[in-house]
Write a protein that binds this ligand. Structure first.
Ligand SMILES: *Cc1c(COP(=O)(O)O)cnc(C)c1O
Length: 361
């Protein structure tokens, strides 16, 4: 830290992204990327003409992309906000809709960035405990008079709230924004996008990073009432009007034209998830029910840290956290069939090794 840093940021603890190893030999099951590449239309969209056009600024309104998204989700362009990944949108949402008089609440175990944004903007926040099995109780969020942020499905647990539960939270907090982060909605849960016609305090945040195989392109979008979207636009034009670059806008449009390809990939991932869960349960794992492209698991025979370390030694990366309530758990991204076979084989070896060691002692 330099002596010049604004004192407001001295104690700020930044978000810690999962490892992105340069070594491609790892089986990478740690940051919830898609195991499948972007579709053929995206690959073809990147041509010389597109790259030559990089000399020009991107369209700050991203109007073509917004129109495509509006058409796809049955809303108007004025209901869509696009940004440099959904993290960028969450940043703007905290900047726009929270302050000392509008504190924030979110689940105790959830996406780590919510806390970082609350601290970045100096906004008071409440972390709401989950049930034993990591369930969110909607009653904790009804009529709260606070800005509410919920990932649905939640991360890193994969658990979901039903549409009527989300609606109850939105309906009973009319004076505050309710942000529903649907980063993983395409893996089996029900989206609440249609509720934006009924409630002007709902902001639904989505991303191309997980289900549409474009994590590196950085593209997120939000759906909400026109007035809420215009607030986000105001802040975007006050920070970085060109936050979506022209290559990303173009390939985002291409991806929306081949949506069937991504829907099929999500189905494959859900099938692989089901098979992986049943293999792990046979091996004595406790698996939290997941509607996301990852699973959150623990095993009484081996600690979370040991599992993480021993898998890494075998070239397989997964994710874990040191927080007390989840330290015995690990989160595993669902990869393709080959990757998950390697993973299950490694897990079998590790558990056997553990048992042998215990016999020797
Ligand atoms: C991955 C993730 C994001 C961030 O996605 P980007 O669009 O890549 O910035 C947001 N929220 C949750 C819950 C996520 O898991």
């Amino acid at each position: 830290m330099s002596k010049f840093l604004n004192k407001r940021y001295m104690k700020l603890e930044s978000y810690k992204p999962g490892e992105q190893p340069k070594n491609p030999v790892y089986v990478k099951l740690n940051t919830n990327e898609s195991p499948y590449p972007p579709g053929p239309m995206v690959i073809e969209a990147i041509n010389k003409e597109l790259l030559n056009n990089l000399r020009l600024y991107s369209d700050p309104t991203s109007s073509r992309l917004k129109e495509k998204l509006a058409e796809k989700y049955g809303v108007k362009s004025e209901n869509i906000f696009v940004a440099n990944g959904s993290d960028d949108i969450l940043n703007f949402a905290f900047m726009a809709f929270s302050d000392e008089d509008r504190p924030v609440m979110f689940p105790e175990i959830t996406y780590g960035f919510y806390k970082v944004f609350a601290e970045l903007y100096g906004v008071p926040y409440t972390k709401v405990p989950l049930s034993e099995g990591f369930e969110i109780d909607r009653k904790d969020y009804t009529a709260q008079n606070k800005m509410i942020v919920i990932a649905n499905p939640n991360a890193p647990t994969g658990r979901v709230l039903k549409l009527f539960e989300i609606e109850e939270i939105v309906r009973t907090n009319p004076e505050n924004i309710v942000v529903i982060d649907e980063a993983y909605i395409d893996f089996g849960a029900e989206s609440c996008v249609d509720l934006i016609f009924k409630y002007d305090n709902l902001l639904v945040v989505r991303t191309f990073s997980k289900s549409r195989s474009l994590a590196g392109a950085r593209l997120g979008f939000a759906v909400g009432s026109a007035s809420v979207i215009s607030d986000l636009e105001k802040l975007k034009y006050s920070t970085n009007p060109y936050n979506v670059n022209s290559v990303t806008e173009y390939i985002g449009i291409a991806a929306l034209e081949e949506d069937d390809y991504y829907i099929r990939n999500c189905e494959r991932i859900m099938e692989t998830r089901k098979r992986t869960v049943s293999e792990l349960e046979k091996l004595g794992f406790n698996v939290i029910p997941s509607q996301a492209n990852f699973i959150f698991v623990s095993n009484d025979e081996i600690s979370g840290l040991e599992l993480y370390t021993m898998l890494k030694e075998r070239g397989i990366l997964i994710r874990r956290w040191d927080d007390e309530k989840i330290r015995e758990y690990v989160r595993i991204t669902i990869g393709n069939e080959i990757e998950m076979n390697k993973f299950i084989t490694a897990i079998r070896e590790i558990l056997e090794e553990q048992r042998d060691e215990r016999m020797c002692v």
